[in-house]
Write a protein that binds this ligand. Structure first.
Ligand code: F6R
Length: 250
């Protein structure tokens, strides 16, 4: 079955977060034991803050939810303040009632990366597959750390980060300089991500405008990994006006 990516353009990044958190909350209300895929980075931070508010203010329960994160820097321990395990604990997991043992973030210091990646895929299968995977997009069109050139059927594996990704993540938001950014990561593959029943990609800011235009209006190509979502049967992009600014159709 092939689909077309649905597009929602919001006035602001706060509205993107509001919409995304409402979609995730509705899923959890309808399916309390949902398996949810999560992303890190700047883009989902407001969504996680809103989900934590819904837990505190409206009693949204995560006690039966299982989560799987897209990626982790290779070489960083979960206690490192730039690891994605640390990010998730800090921005979301510690603020909600999700059970720590139900949160799956790849181990960046695993003794054997291949075994770690295979075990991650096995856990996704054991959870019955992923109901919804929340995604961001890199300025180069990457999803997770699937950089341009990544195969459409790629699975969870050890990958190289592209120079543009290292530059984007050393702009002061996360790492202070390029030398501190790990060169490798463990990342769910494009094939892994495409197996989720539903995909929700968020993008905010003009820095994402080219990648969003390429993903939605360019030909599906490994040059822009996010364009490979075009054939997914249930994929929605929620973007703000700036991220939509290069779209011909918006
Ligand atoms: C993070 C991830 C990446 C980011 C992307 C955008 O888990 O998989 O693909 O979603 O690099 O990052 P931000 O949101 O910081 O612009």
């Amino acid at each position: 079955m092939s689909g077309t990516i649905k597009l929602e353009v919001c006035e602001s990044s706060a509205d993107v977060a509001l919409k995304a958190s409402e979609i995730i909350a509705s899923l959890i209300r309808a399916t309390p034991d949902a398996a949810i895929g999560l992303a890190t980075g700047s883009t989902p931070e407001q969504t996680y803050a809103r989900l934590a508010d819904l837990h505190r203010g409206e009693g949204l329960r995560f006690a039966r939810v299982t989560s799987f994160n897209l990626d982790e820097y290779w070489g960083l321990d979960g206690d490192h303040n730039q690891s994605y395990r640390y990010f998730m604990d800090d921005r979301l997991f510690r603020k909600i009632d999700i059970r720590p043992w139900n949160t799956h973030v790849l181990n960046g210091t695993a003794a054997n990366p291949d075994l770690e990646c295979r075990a991650f895929e096995t856990k996704i299968l054991a959870a019955g597959g992923i109901d919804l995977w929340l995604l961001g997009i890199g300025t180069n069109g990457h999803i997770a750390f699937n950089e341009p050139g990544s195969p459409v059927d790629s699975r969870t594996r050890l990958v190289n980060l592209a120079p543009s990704t290292i530059a984007a993540n050393s702009d002061g938001r996360f790492f202070k300089d390029a030398a501190s950014v790990p060169r490798f990561a463990l990342s769910a593959g494009i094939g892994t991500i495409r197996e989720a029943r539903r995909l929700l990609l968020l993008a905010t800011g003009s820095g994402k405008a080219d990648a969003i235009a390429q993903a939605l209006e360019g030909p599906p190509s490994t040059d822009c990994p996010a364009s490979l979502l075009q054939s997914h049967p249930d994929c929605t992009f929620i973007v703000d006006r700036e991220a939509a600014s290069r779209l011909e159709s918006a």
